[in-house]
Design a protein around this ligand. Structure first.
Ligand code: PLP
Length: 283
C-alpha cells in the first residue's frame, strides 16, 4: 500500500512520523474518513468542510489547499487501485519537544493519508443488521470535533464484542448521544425518523446530514430530538449512519430485539436511497 506523509507518497513500511508528534503525545490531532465506491469519493466536499471546522476549533494551521487535498485523495485511490473502501486523513498540530503548551505558528502540521480496501455495499451489517449494547458516555465535552481521541469509543466497541454485540450506543443524562463511531436513529411506529439535535455532545455526521436531506425530499418525517434507551427499545426500528457503513440497521439494543431481529424496511430503504443518490454525486 502507498501512504501519503507530508508531501511524499511512500510504501507503508517506509512512512514515518516523529516520536515527538503531538498527535502521539497528546492526541492533538484530527481526522476525516471519506468512503470510496467505484473508485470515487462519496460526500467528499462535506467531509472537507468538517475537517476545516475541526482545525479551526482547535486553532490548527492548514498547510495544504483544498485542491491539493482532493488531488492527494485521488492519487492514493489511483495508486492503490481502490475500488471500494475508505480514505483516512490524519492531521496533527505537528512535532516539537514535549510540552503541554505550544506555539502553533512555529509548528508544521503532520499530514498522513492512507486507504483501506473494504466491502461497503455487500456488508454483513446490511444483511443481518447490528446488535448494540448501551454504555455511559464518558467522553470529553467537545465531541463535535473529530479528534483522534478514540480510546473510549475503542474500549466501547471491545465491550460490545465481549458481549456478543457489534457496537455500543452511548448514553448521557438518560438519553442516547450516538454510537461509538456513528450517529444513532430510531424509527417511530408512525414511520418518522428520530435523531438527537447537534450539539457539543455528538459529532455532526456527514452521512447523518445527507441522509436527513434525502429523507426530507422523500417525504419521510424527521424529528430532531433526544430519545431514551427505553424509547429506542420500543421503537419500530433503529439504525446508525456513518461514512463507511452508510445506513446500518440495528436489530437489537441490550438484547431487546427490534423489528423481529431483522433489518427493518425503513432502514433498508434509506440505505438503498443513500447509496444510489451518493453514487450519482460521487467525485
Ligand atoms: N459519531 C462519531 C463519534 C463518529 O466517530 C462518526 C464517524 O466516524 C460519526 C458519528 C459519523 O459521522 P460520518 O457520517 O461523518 O462518518
Amino acid at each position: 500500500r502507498t501512504v501519503y506523509v507530508n508531501g511524499d507518497y511512500l510504501p507503508e513500511n517506509e512512512a514515518k512520523v516523529s516520536v515527538f508528534d503531538r498527535g502521539f503525545l497528546f492526541a492533538d490531532g484530527i481526522y476525516e474518513v471519506a468512503s470510496v465506491l467505484g473508485g470515487k469519493l462519496i460526500d467528499y466536499p462535506a467531509h472537507m468542510v468538517r475537517l476545516h471546522r475541526s482545525a479551526n476549533e482547535l486553532g490548527m494551521r492548514f498547510t495544504v489547499s483544498d485542491d491539493e487535498l482532493l488531488a492527494i485523495h485521488r492519487e492514493l485511490v489511483s495508486r492503490n487501485g481502490l475500488e471500494e473502501g475508505a480514505v483516512y486523513l490524519q492531521m496533527t498540530r505537528g512535532a516539537t519537544d514535549r510540552d503541554f503548551t505550544f506555539d502553533t505558528e512555529k509548528l508544521t502540521p503532520t499530514l498522513v493519508l492512507f486507504t483501506q480496501a473494504r466491502a461497503l455495499i455487500d456488508s454483513p451489517v446490511a444483511t443481518r443488521g447490528m446488535k448494540v449494547i448501551t454504555i455511559p458516555d464518558l467522553r470529553w465535552g467537545r465531541c463535535d470535533i473529530k479528534t483522534v481521541q478514540l480510546l473510549y469509543p475503542s474500549l466501547g466497541k471491545m465491550e460490545a464484542k465481549k458481549q456478543g454485540a457489534d457496537d455500543a450506543w452511548m448514553v448521557r443524562d438518560g438519553v442516547v448521544t450516538e454510537g461509538t463511531s456513528n450517529n444513532a436513529f430510531i424509527v417511530t411506529r408512525d414511520g418518522a425518523i428520530v435523531t438527537r439535535p447537534l450539539s457539543n455532545s455528538i459529532l455532526p455526521g456527514i452521512t447523518r446530514a445527507t441522509l436527513m436531506a434525502y429523507s426530507e425530499k422523500n417525504g419521510i418525517r424527521i424529528e430532531e430530538r433526544e430519545f431514551t434507551v427505553e424509547e429506542a427499545k420500543q421503537a419500530a426500528e433503529a439504525f446508525i449512519t456513518s461514512a463507511t457503513v452508510f445506513v446500518g440497521p440495528v436489530v437489537a439494543i441490550d438484547g431487546v430485539e427490534l423489528s423481529d431481529g431483522k433489518p427493518g424496511p425503513v432502514a433498508l430503504g434509506l440505505r438503498q436511497t443513500y447509496i444510489e443518490e451518493s453514487l450519482k454525486r460521487a467525485i
